[in-house]
Design a protein around this ligand. Structure first.
Ligand SMILES: [Mg+2]
Length: 407
């Protein structure tokens, strides 16, 4: 059967209530536990036929092929991308081949626990993110719906974003920082985030430049715009608290991100308890248990979920629900104009507790990722529009992408 005919037959079968095209199987969680208690109807018409990985110097992509001829594209963790790609192919792929892509929840947990000795957080969830996002893209394309609708998306057409830029712990000059901030304001943003990128290895720098950069950026964006500062794990709790108070009083910063080591939950809580402004964290937390610690032990005000590192859309939806029970806001970690942004927009459009502004780094031409896609996001007046095409909404330029096939 030709792929398009098979896909059409699949859609038509859905419209007819799946009669004659479905099987009834036992829930496969817990080894098929409870055939009497939990019976699931699932489509049996589409099967995964191949998984491919693409390693660009700045990104990692996963392609899932099916016997319907429909393809799903996802983005995974771009740090150590060759290793992540290998995990996708060697650890994850065997559990995906010949499987129904609609069983994504089952597939996700199977891979997590079959690969558990790699660790449930980090490289494995970075690989799972690429797969899970590709499965959602695929499901959207098979059903002709944008992903946010499949996720229960709310009535939101566009999402307010803030301009995010890094200064590499002073490697980018103060005037460069001012230019980047001013460019964001000139193109319609009213909020920017200065990422100091100090990191744990350079913690508590002797020549601390954070105040100089904050002062300079505040000068160019004016008092009417909002300024966030990312300490990028650059301080121990006492020093972080002093600096937060000083920057708030002198420069009216409105949010600080990752003030201390990402696993120092007690230190984070000290900062939260003593800070006059909101504290965000979460870009180093990659699964529901990490976020449980961040919420219960660290008490972060704002949770920075990363859709391409933390297991993908499926896991992030669970974390958003967990966060809701603690009245925490979700502000995704995302500064890449790729499928990462696409997944983030669909996700934010589908949850009930997003922060009022989300991270975006702009088109970032220096990353050379733009050629990989045939369309782009609609940006207007500090807002990104939620893609309306089936799936995640970005069309991959297959010819360009093929240059980065990793085997
Ligand atoms: Mg950050």
């Amino acid at each position: 059967m030709k792929p398009e005919i098979k896909r059409r037959k699949f859609l038509s079968a859905l419209g007819l209530g799946l009669a004659g095209t479905t099987t009834v199987i036992a829930n496969q969680f817990n080894g098929g536990l409870g055939t009497k208690d939990c019976i699931h109807k699932v489509s049996d018409t589409i099967k995964i036929t191949n998984i491919k990985t693409y390693v660009h110097p700045q990104a990692l992509f996963v392609k899932i092929e099916t016997d319907a001829g429909v393809i799903g594209w996802g983005e995974g963790d771009h740090d150590n991308p060759k290793i992540i790609a290998k995990i996708v192919r060697e650890v994850c792929k065997p559990y995906l081949l010949h499987q129904d892509p609609f069983q994504s929840e089952y597939l996700w947990h199977t891979i997590l626990y079959r690969g558990e000795d790699l660790g449930l957080s980090g490289a494995l969830t970075g690989a799972l993110a690429g797969i899970d996002n590709a499965l959602w893209d695929l499901k959207g394309k098979l059903l002709d719906f944008p992903v946010y609708k499949l996720l229960g998306g709310a009535k939101v057409e566009k999402i307010k974003v803030y301009g995010s830029f890094g200064v590499k712990n002073g490697k980018k000059s103060i005037s460069e920082a001012q230019n980047m901030a001013a460019n964001f304001i000139d193109t319609g943003y009213d909020t920017v985030k200065l990422r100091m990128q100090i990191r744990v290895l350079k913690r508590n720098p002797e020549d601390d430049i954070t105040e100089k950069y904050v002062k300079a950026v505040r000068e160019v964006i004016g008092d009417e715009n909002t300024l966030f500062v990312d300490f990028n794990n650059g301080y121990t709790p006492g020093k972080a608290i002093d600096l937060i108070k000083k920057l708030y009083e002198k420069y009216n910063i409105q949010l600080v991100e990752e003030p201390v080591h990402y696993l120092d939950y007690e230190g984070l809580k000290q900062c939260v308890d003593q800070s006059p402004i909101r504290i965000g964290a979460g870009e180093h937390q990659f699964n529901r248990w990490d976020f449980k610690n961040l919420i219960v032990k660290g008490n972060a005000d704002v949770l920075n979920l990363d859709l391409i590192k933390g297991g993908g859309l499926s896991e992030m939806k669970k974390i958003a629900a967990l966060a809701m029970t603690f009245e925490k806001e979700i502000m995704c970690h995302n500064a890449r104009p790729t499928l990462a942004t696409a997944a983030t927009l669909h996700f934010i459009a589908s949850i009930f507790n997003p922060a009022r502004v989300q991270e975006y780094g702009g088109t970032r031409p220096k990353l050379k990722l733009g050629k990989l896609f045939e369309n782009n996001f609609k940006f207007e007046n500090g807002h990104l529009y939620v893609p309306q095409n089936p799936g995640l909404g970005l069309k991959v330029n297959e010819k360009e992408m093929s240059k980065y096939l990793d085997t």
